[in-house]
Design a protein around this ligand. Structure first.
Ligand SMILES: [Zn+2]
Length: 479
């Protein structure tokens, strides 16, 4: 393993939220050069299709797959996270264990996320779909673009939610444990389940014993047996503990806004308050920023806010953003069969037609002088997002009135037009701010350490460099 990807997933059972409905949230941390498009797949029948090709291996196809929205690293078949037409939301976490990942191509954790979404009407069903596929096909394969299995394969944990239940599933090789969650839980790149679980794979204790990780006759503890205690992976402890603590402190008051604040968090109010800065490089925070072109950063974020409703179209609002969420803006999506096409564009080089790359350019500009430019974004974003949230309630009310009259098409049109409207406002804001920051950057250079990273990063992905050639020369001299 030569790199340390990360992610953070938050499970919020109903008792903790403002509306008495579950909330699911995730930051997907991926390679800084890898776009993560947001895509809608419609429901499909597969009458003559026996197998479906995942990232590395084919698996047996089912007769029908459900519609879903997924956040998909461009070269991977599966999803980092997503939500389907029944309101099932799933996201995974990379985990390292003191048992090696099988050295064979198998299912990626991301493939299992998508397969779970495609084949389930409830979180519990998705849990069992993933377990069955894991036992049958195993997990493994390179998770980082252009690397080998030995460089980037990992085990996985999953949070699975629907409007009624939330589960935590943790796996090692083809073994697993799960627990239904009644309490908030932030998970990261370290196992969370110890001795308390609802079910485990057959002979998991014997498997641990065969590896010298468990003593027969002692109570079986999943984390204690399999967690790899390694200097490089310790960031997961502080991140999951911080996010869980932040969630717990807001019992009964959690909503899309303050959950998003946690996804945008860098230990504010805690460990390194006022000492953190994106300019300072890679601190393993919940909101992750890269500091080398081979590192990871938060590539996409989602907050699925469930609603009490009689209509499937209104089951949830999916608040999505791309790139490190503290340097981005949210847009709402609905269970209405639509994601704007420009969100599906983007690969591993800068692309003006891709919303992901446009936001990433602005994020890189902000990171070049975080103290100065983050305030510029925050000033505009605060009111815009507040307005999006206010109108979300209004628009869902209008759609519900249409649904009551049996006008489902009209209802979907209202919801999807609102998505388009918000995306257009977000894109205009990103373009305007990028221009303003880049004009300013020509006069006020960023902090030198950060500038070195950003220069090499921009070159690597062919991203326009937002300052004049003279200054670039001067800075090269300094380095
Ligand atoms: Zn951040």
């Amino acid at each position: 393993m030569k790199f340390c990807p990360s992610c953070d997933t938050l499970a919020i059972p109903a008792a903790y939220s403002e509306t008495g409905c579950n909330i699911f949230a995730k930051n997907s941390d991926r390679d800084v050069t890898e776009a993560q498009p947001l895509i809608f797949f419609q429901a499909e029948d597969h009458v003559n299709e026996k197998m479906v090709q995942c990232t590395y291996i084919p698996v047996e196809q089912v007769q029908h797959t459900y519609a879903m929205i997924g956040s998909k690293p461009w070269w991977i078949w599966g999803f980092e996270m997503g939500v389907n037409e029944w309101g099932v939301a799933v996201g995974n976490e990379a985990e390292w264990a003191n048992v090696p990942v099988a050295d064979a191509d198998a299912l990626l954790g991301m493939d299992l996320v998508r397969l779970g979404l495609e084949r389930s009407k409830t979180a519990r069903e998705a849990l069992h779909v993933i377990i069955r596929l894991l036992e049958r096909y195993g997990q493994g394969g390179a998770c980082k673009y252009g690397t080998s299995r030995s460089d980037s394969a990992y085990h996985n944990s999953f949070i699975l939610a629907d409007p009624l239940e939330v589960y935590l599933l943790e796996t090692v090789d083809r073994h697993w444990v799960y627990r239904r969650l009644n309490d908030v839980q932030g998970i990261s790149n370290v196992y969370s389940i110890g001795r308390e679980y609802d079910a485990a794979s057959k002979d998991i204790d014997i498997f641990a014993e065969s590896k010298g990780l468990h003593t027969a006759g002692q109570p079986f503890d999943f984390s204690k047996s399999f967690m790899l205690l390694n200097y490089h992976y310790m960031g997961g402890f502080s991140r999951s503990q911080w996010s869980t603590k932040m969630l717990r402190g807001k019992r009964g008051h959690l909503n899309a806004e303050n959950v998003l604040e946690i996804l945008r968090g860098h230990y504010e109010g805690d460990t390194i308050e006022n000492r953190w800065s994106a300019v300072g490089g890679c601190v393993p925070c919940v909101c992750m920023h890269g500091s080398e072109p081979t590192h990871t950063h938060s590539a996409a974020s989602m907050v699925v806010e469930y609603h009490k409703t009689a209509y499937r179209e209104l089951l949830f609002t999916y608040w999505g953003s791309v790139c490190p969420p503290c340097c981005s803006i949210i847009v709402p999506f609905y269970n209405a069969g639509y994601i704007p096409r420009k969100l599906g564009a983007g690969e591993n080089y800068y692309d003006e037609a891709s919303f992901w790359w446009k936001v990433n350019r602005m994020a890189a500009d902000i990171e070049s002088n975080y103290e100065r430019y983050h305030g510029w974004l925050d000033e505009t974003r605060k009111n815009t997002e507040k307005e999006f949230r206010r109108k979300d309630i209004e628009v869902r009310g209008q759609a519900e009135a249409m649904l009551k009259e049996g006008k489902a098409d009209e209802a979907r049109k209202i919801l999807n037009s609102f998505t388009d409207e918000c995306l257009s406002i977000a894109e205009t804001m990103v373009e305007k701010l990028t221009e303003e920051i880049e004009n300013d950057m020509r006069n006020i250079p960023g902090e030198i350490y950060r500038a070195a990273y950003l220069d090499s990063y921009r070159k690597k992905v062919n991203m326009p460099i937002g300052r004049g050639p003279d200054e670039e020369e001067t800075r090269s001299d300094l380095l």
